[in-house]
Design a binder for this molecule. Structure first.
Ligand code: PAF
Length: 284
């Protein structure tokens, strides 16, 4: 069944109230260009909730580069079909004027967590994300919201914001979906040229090399070197960071429990991120 398409905040509130009356309301916030990664979030919401709402909004305030915002892939017709196939009840797809009728003077900023890693290279990005997610939570008022582990820092920030501001929303993390060659699904993959697409899975290879090093008892430094060594000499690739962090996204110097290894790199004109979690049992 085709989901109800809603463009206004007023109507979204009404329809979400109706859905919530029928049971648990699951929410998947997206910027559209839906792929199997979003599909996994929607499928889990569909399994766990009576109602499923998806938002599609390319949020201007989280883009640190104008051309990235302008080139972000948009295809509402295909996205609606994607949602219909997965039994989504409601799609909220406002335009920018509906979400931001006048320039914002109020922002949500998860300090510290937002300044590291991607935040360091994309100033203002996580403030834009936290603010729009807070707005969307106020509009949809879901019982549970689903976020992909691929954006691990975003997930940590949303979790912290939800706790700090007492949003009555449960945050569920969903495992990263990968192509057969290991490349994490992302709307940005579409922008890769043929040669870049062939190189892109090397990011996962690098993460896996570092993960294996950690699990074999190597130091943080050795693990990073093991990962980075697999990327050395790739002319098209420019690594922004390769870090080993704890659950709070704080870089660690010593491995004392499960850690997450994250990478961000430019491949030509496309910025890709990915991460893996180490196995706690391997070091126990
Ligand atoms: O992950 C995304 O697609 C976006 O950052 C989100 C959470 C929908 C906020 O605009």
């Amino acid at each position: 069944m085709t989901p109800v398409l809603i463009k206004t905040i007023h109507e979204a509130r009404e329809r979400c109230d109706e859905l919530r009356r029928a049971g648990r309301l699951g929410f998947v916030p997206t910027m559209g260009a839906l792929h199997r990664g979003h599909g996994a979030l929607i499928d889990q919401a569909r399994q766990e909730c009576a109602g499923v709402a998806v938002s599609i909004f390319v949020n201007p305030t989280q883009f640190d580069r104008k051309e990235d915002y302008e080139h972000y892939s948009r295809n509402l017709v295909a996205d609606l079909e994607f949602c219909a196939e997965r039994g989504v009840d409601l799609v909220f797809a406002p335009d920018a004027a509906e979400m931001y009728p006048s320039p914002l003077k109020t922002f949500v900023e998860v300090t510290d967590l937002s300044e590291r890693l991607c935040g360091h290279f994309r100033p203002g990005h996580f403030r834009g994300v936290a603010t729009v997610v807070a707005k969307l939570f106020q509009i949809v008022q879901p019982d549970v919201a689903y976020f992909g582990e691929k954006d691990a820092q975003q997930l940590a920030i949303v979790r912290r914001m939800t706790a700090d501001l007492n949003f009555p929303v449960e945050i569920t993390a969903v495992t990263t979906v990968r192509e057969a060659d290991g490349l994490a699904l992302s709307s940005r993959n579409e922008r890769l040229g043929q040669e870049e697409r062939q190189i892109a899975p090397r990011l996962f290879v690098a993460l896996e090399a570092a993960r294996q090093a950690v699990e074999a008892g190597k130091s943080v430094n050795e693990a990073k070197q093991a990962g980075l060594a697999t990327l050395r000499g790739i002319r098209q690739m420019n690594v922004e960071y390769f870090e080993v962090v704890d659950g709070e996204m704080q870089p660690v110097t010593k491995i004392e429990g499960p850690v997450r290894i994250l990478v961000a790199a430019w491949l030509g004109g496309t910025r890709l991120i990915d991460n893996v979690l180490t196995n706690a049992a391997a070091r126990a």
